[in-house]
Design a protein around this ligand. Structure first.
Ligand code: HGY
Ligand code: MN
Ligand code: MN
Length: 427
């Protein structure tokens, strides 16, 4: 760890960064009825995503980066270092969004990385190590059902064939959609482990705003469990069918939703969070008992043993559901599962030093959301810079917002962190 930083403290051009953020947010923009705001829907491998990719690649090339793309469509922009033989310092995130997004989730990390490169160029700084800025494919997982997909393949946790075979709600295959938008790249499937990885990301929660600090040093990511539960019952007339003759899939779905919340409130599973974000019942008619219901169950927990206990107890509950409604069939499909991931203490210290150089107080916190950083942490020392969100840090919603000042602060912390890391262990 360098004790001093012999380069000047870097300050990015906040206006340039903000302008990029706002321009990228126009791609996939839509009028959100629920909030009355303009949201962003740029789900992975859609035409909007392809347009966003081309815009970001153009910015990378304008910044002098050598752009490569891997077989998952993840994009890498490389800036040469004086010692180009050394492993690079990598920074990045994702530009795919959920269907009801704001302008910052993921995009802040990729665009901050490009802004760091521009700032280094403005200052005429050549780092010892190369620098790579990454935009990983399908981080959100909302279209093809598995989050952090591109970074999980790059880090070797998920194989390419499995990823290519994932399908969206219309049955379209990931591999076919990637080919359709023309982003099947020829870079190696497995990422050469970088020297270190740093991701700048909006916090997406209320902590930094409550603590009144703009910058967070992220200690790790909590465990994530996603599953799709399909309940098969029997359609019947809502008026003529006595209760005891019903096999009501909708009732079973409701019982699961209540059970998830009861588990969270019970306190038996530590700081468990549970969300049933997707609920459908068919045929979806007022006078027909649902014969099929589908829900997704998203569980999060900072402690693996509590997560395992929660999954076990929920599985038991699902298995017992037909006891109350003979004839009910419960089908589950695992969508995503990651354990709690601790980040590198060294990289966290470097982030904290960079924030101190810039005069920013910081708070240390675990990430409630999943990130590409948790995948790259498997192959390289990794940590994250969080940027305060406004409105209680709401995210995955058009109300998501961070100020130009806080975004610039996060990007400047990223810049000085990259600069420190790029000078490390180069003798
Ligand atoms: O769901 C998450 O935690 C992340 O936004 N993919
Ligand atoms: Mn994200
Ligand atoms: Mn997200």
């Amino acid at each position: 760890m360098d004790s001093t930083l012999d380069s000047p403290v870097l300050h990015v051009n906040g206006d340039r960064l903000w302008s990029d953020l706002m321009e990228l947010a126009t791609i996939g923009a839509y009028d959100d009825e629920a909030t009355g705001l303009v949201g962003v829907d740029r789900q992975s491998l859609t035409d909007e995503d392809a347009e966003g990719r081309r815009l970001v690649i153009g910015w990378m090339e304008d910044a002098g980066l050598e752009v490569t793309i891997d077989p998952m469509g993840s994009i890498f922009g490389r800036r040469a270092g004086r010692r180009d033989d050394l492993e690079p310092v990598m920074a990045g995130s994702h530009i795919d969004t959920v269907a009801t997004a704001g302008a910052f989730d993921g995009c802040l990390g990729v665009l901050s990385g490009i802004e760091v490169v521009r700032t280094l160029d403005d200052q005429g700084i050549v780092t010892e190590r190369p620098i790579v800025i990454a935009a990983f494919t399908e981080e959100e997982g909302v279209r093809f059902g598995t989050d952090m997909l591109g970074s999980a393949v790059a880090a070797g946790r998920i194989d390419l064939e499995t990823a290519y075979g994932l399908t969206d709600a219309e049955g379209k295959r990931f591999g076919d959609e990637l080919r359709r938008i023309g982003f099947v790249g020829s870079a190696p499937v497995l990422l050469d482990p970088p020297y270190s990885y740093v991701e700048c990301h909006i916090e997406q929660g209320p902590v930094l705003q409550q603590k009144d600090v703009a910058i967070g040093v992220v200690t790790g990511v909590q465990s994530i469990s996603w599953q799709r539960v399909t309940l098969h019952g029997r359609a019947a007339h809502a008026g003529t069918t006595p209760t005891e003759l019903r096999v009501d899939a909708g009732l079973a779905a409701a019982q699961i939703i209540v059970k998830v919340r009861e588990m969270v409130d019970s306190g038996r599973y530590g700081r468990l969070r549970g969300t049933v974000g997707h609920i459908t019942a068919s045929p979806g008619l007022p006078s027909v008992v649902p014969d099929r219901a589908e829900i997704t169950v998203d569980l999060r927990n900072p402690e693996d043993h509590h997560m395992e206990a929660a999954e076990r107890d929920l599985d038991e509950f699902l298995s017992a559901l037909p006891d109350a409604q003979p004839g009910l069939r419960v089908e589950t499909r695992r969508m995503a599962r990651t354990r709690q991931v601790p980040f590198s203490v060294d990289v966290q210290e470097t982030i904290a030093k960079s924030a101190a150089d810039l005069g920013h107080p910081v708070d240390q916190l675990m990430s409630g959301a999943g990130h590409d950083a948790q995948e790259i942490a498997a192959i390289a020392p990794t940590a994250m810079v969080f940027v305060r969100g406004q409105h209680d840090g709401i995210s995955h919603n058009p109300r998501e917002y961070s100020t130009p000042e806080d975004c610039a602060a996060g990007a400047s912390v990223l810049a000085n962190t990259i600069l420190r890391l790029a000078q490390e262990n180069t003798r």
